[in-house]
Design a protein around this ligand. Structure first.
Ligand code: CU1
Length: 527
């Protein structure tokens, strides 16, 4: 009987597993699929970013300089769709793929082949979506919300967008089912639900939101499709339909969607703060309940997007108070993060900079959200740059900053190498400064009455627009620093220790008991 050497085992493995491109097309490995999600989402982030910079170039001065108004509207529409469905959502799914099995001690995702299919649907949807720029009439210019009746009358770019939304929805639902089943069925012995790292909890709740609302979005765009081509009149008053119905259906999806894009961010930040404060997370159970409360409330606030559609006052009041109620569990979370840092031995490596930057700037977006929730104020600022400022504070300084926090935090785990700390810090400081230069002036523009989704504007708005455009180009260029950091990390970054944050990441486990020892290569050591 001869012993099998590790080399022989490796060779044997090699004969069965495809290499090169086929490896990536056929992979069922959660780490490979996580990597593909992250690379795909970053490419989409750059595409949506180029659209944003074209918009800001046009808005640098009043008048029309760079693009025609019709194309400008296509750009604002596609920027929103690409960033929401192509960049932010897939990036969080990438984090889920990489980290959930490791965190709960599972060997892989529950449905490894479906996982491959979830990912590979996305490039198809992206080609349809971005390809719609090149069909007759160009991409749809109905806004990312695709409001009827305009979206019913748009050219064939709208049909490609509907098809893309359907495909992305299928991908999201399959991904969400995979996450729910993995968490409920594949936890290691001893890993009870209330011992899971908070990232798992936030993603479990997010996955339920996805399963609940993606079919609603699919229904909304299908009704547009049949109104366009098959003689129905869901949104056509002349045929007995109601254009406002579209807004109800869309925002029944759209508001929970806001939390789909922020709850996993809360999860990432909740892993990072304890590590760099060197204290366990404050209020673990209250974090779980706050996340669930936000998710449940997100289903009963949708019409805060519709205060100007002529609702009865009592309905406005209901949606106003329900929306303001969400500030309570969100406040619990912010309190817990701050209480975790309170009297901790804090250090500010790059992930912690992004995480604390997230808390500070995301919370400002939360406050402007509360202001928009007040019906009489919302009626004033509806469709102005105040709203644009608000949702970029929660989506850029919220979702995106948390994604960068998580990327720097786990890059050593993913690649086995450290990223260059100085370059990471430069990326953070450049981003947070240029972010605020870009978006803070938009509050003033909105309060002064500048409408969103227009390529030209009155002279009185010129100064703040020039400032915002300068900030946007600074922000865009700053993101190239991330590419430098990742490339330097992968090629020749210094070798990461098994416990890259000097054992402090043992504290990312939010409960006193340690992580199951087999989830990472070596047990975390708490110093
Ligand atoms: Cu909302």
């Amino acid at each position: 009987m001869s012993a099998v050497t590790p080399d022989q085992l490796h060779d044997d493995h090699h004969h069965h597993a495809p290499g090169g491109l086929m490896r990536w097309i056929t992979t069922t490995n959660h780490k490979d699929i996580g990597t593909m999600y992250l690379i795909f989402s970053f490419i989409m982030f750059l595409s949506g970013g180029v659209m944003a910079l074209t918009i800001r170039a046009e808005l640098f001065q009043p008048g029309l300089q760079i693009v025609q108004p019709e194309f400008f509207n296509q750009l604002t529409t596609m920027h929103g769709l690409v960033m929401v469905f192509g960049a932010i959502m897939p990036a969080f799914v990438g984090f889920a793929n990489w980290m959930l099995p490791l965190m709960i001690g599972a060997s892989d995702m529950a449905f490894a082949r479906m996982n491959n299919w979830s990912f590979w649907l996305l490039p198809v949807a992206a080609i349809l979506l971005i390809g719609s720029f090149f069909v007759p009439g160009g991409a749809t210019a109905a806004g990312w919300t695709l409001y009827a009746p305009l979206s019913v009358q748009m050219g064939m770019g709208m049909d490609l967008t509907i098809f893309a939304v359907h495909i992305m929805g299928i991908s999201s639902i399959m991904g969400a089912i995979n996450i729910v089943v993995t968490i409920l069925n594949m936890r290691a012995p001893g890993m009870t639900m209330m011992k899971m790292p908070l990232f798992c909890w936030t993603w479990l709740i997010t996955a339920y939101l996805l399963i609940a609302v993606m079919p609603v979005l699919a229904g909304a765009v299908t009704m547009i499709l049949t109104d366009r081509h098959f003689g129905t009149a869901f949104f056509n008053a002349a045929g007995g339909g109601d254009p406002v119905l579209y807004q109800h259906v869309f925002w029944f999806f759209g508001h929970p969607e806001v939390y789909i894009m922020i709850l996993p961010a809360f999860g990432i930040v909740s892993q990072i703060i304890p590590t760099f404060a060197r204290k366990p997370l404050f209020g673990y159970a209250s974090m779980v309940y706050a996340t669930a409360s936000i998710a449940i409330l997100s289903f009963v606030v949708w019409a805060h997007h519709m205060f100007t559609t002529g609702m009865p006052a009592a309905t406005q009041l209901f949606f106003m108070y329900a929306t303001m109620l969400i500030a309570v569990p969100t406040g619990v979370k912010v309190f817990n993060w701050v209480a975790t840092m309170w009297r901790g031995s804090m250090t500010f490596e790059t992930p912690m900079l992004w995480a604390t930057g997230f808390i500070f700037v995301f919370t400002m977006g939360g406050f402007t959200g509360l202001i928009c929730a007040i019906a009489p104020i919302d009626i004033q600022v509806q469709d102005t740059y105040y709203v644009v400022a608000h949702f970029h504070y929660v989506l850029v300084a919220g979702s995106l900053f948390a994604l960068f926090a998580g990327a720097y935090y786990w890059l050593p785990k993913w690649t086995g190498h450290m990223y260059p700390e100085g370059i990471g810090k430069l990326h953070f400081w450049a981003s947070i400064i240029f972010f605020n230069i870009t978006f803070f002036p938009m509050h003033f523009l909105g309060l002064a009455g500048m409408p969103r989704r227009i390529p030209d504007y009155a002279l009185q708005f010129a100064d703040f627009n020039a400032l915002a455009s300068i900030g946007a180009f600074g922000f865009g260029l700053s993101q190239l620093i991330f590419i430098v950091a990742v490339v330097k990390c992968v090629r020749g970054g210094k070798k990461a220790a098994a416990s890259p944050w000097e054992g402090a990441e043992g504290l990312e486990w939010t409960v006193p008991s340690p992580a199951p020892y087999h989830t990472f290569e070596t047990p975390p050591v708490v110093k």
